[in-house]
Design a binder for this molecule. Structure first.
Ligand code: DX5
Ligand code: ZN
Length: 219
């Protein structure tokens, strides 16, 4: 059976004890740590950014899985990699044309990180086709980005299935990640259609036992 990775989103952590929360998810078996950057412009919320990432990225051994929901990803990409992003995932909707998308992917790669591309629920998955041979990860949003704790949108499942089929048909190796409304039930549906990485915020951090929550996502 293929490996399913879990990426708890620290957006739902208790920021008063952030260091402790990070150690707890690592101890509970998370392979990735999901870091949601929101600029109050691309999405209707403001979270945290480069200085916070810099403080925490070296304090654990998980993959720093950084998801930038910002209007100007090209302007900030290299600074996020310098701050410790191992995977930097930007939004297709935040770039103006193909040239910009290819440019940000090469900036991320030149800096030595992996490049991820993400789409919001209303963006067609086929719009990613021309970039799939270049990226290391594709992030399918299963809620409208901006807030944790929303309900999973089933439309993400067809997109995941499409990406899994495309990957096999073209012998590609990108990881397929899903983000938003993931719990034990929705995780199972995503695994069935080919997901590799499960982002989960509230389901993990609201749980009494992080290890049980993380294990239950893998099924
Ligand atoms: C939403 C963020 C998600 C969010 C997930 O904009 O990208 O990563 O934190 O939270 P849950 O798992 O609670 O839906
Ligand atoms: Zn996210």
């Amino acid at each position: 059976m293929k490996k399913i990775y879990v990426s708890p989103s620290i957006l739902s952590a208790d920021f008063y004890k952030l260091g402790e929360e990070i150690s707890s998810i690592e101890f509970a078996g998370a392979e990735f740590m999901h870091f949601d950057v929101m600029d109050g412009h691309f999405v209707d919320n403001i979270s945290f950014g480069i200085p916070v990432l810099k403080s925490i990225s070296n304090t654990h051994h998980m993959v720093n899985d950084v998801h930038i929901m910002i209007s100007e990803p090209l302007r900030y990409a290299s600074r996020f990699v310098d701050a410790g992003a191992d995977i930097l995932t930007f939004h297709l909707e935040a770039l103006n044309n193909e040239e910009e998308v290819l440019k940000i992917i090469s900036i991320i790669h030149e800096k030595g990180a992996k490049a991820g591309i993400s789409i919001k629920p209303n963006t067609k998955v086929e719009e990613l086709d021309r970039y799939l041979y270049k990226v290391d990860l594709v992030l399918i949003m299963s809620v409208e980005p901006g807030f944790g704790g929303q309900k999973f949108m089933e439309s993400a499942l067809d997109k995941i299935a499409y990406l899994d089929k495309y990957k096999k048909e073209h012998s590609l190796s990108y990881l397929i990640e899903v983000d938003g409304g993931i719990n034990d039930i929705t995780a199972k549906k995503c695994i069935e259609v080919g997901v590799d990485v499960l982002v989960a915020g509230s389901y993990v951090f609201k749980a009494k036992n992080y290890k049980e929550a993380i294990d239950s996502l893998r099924g």
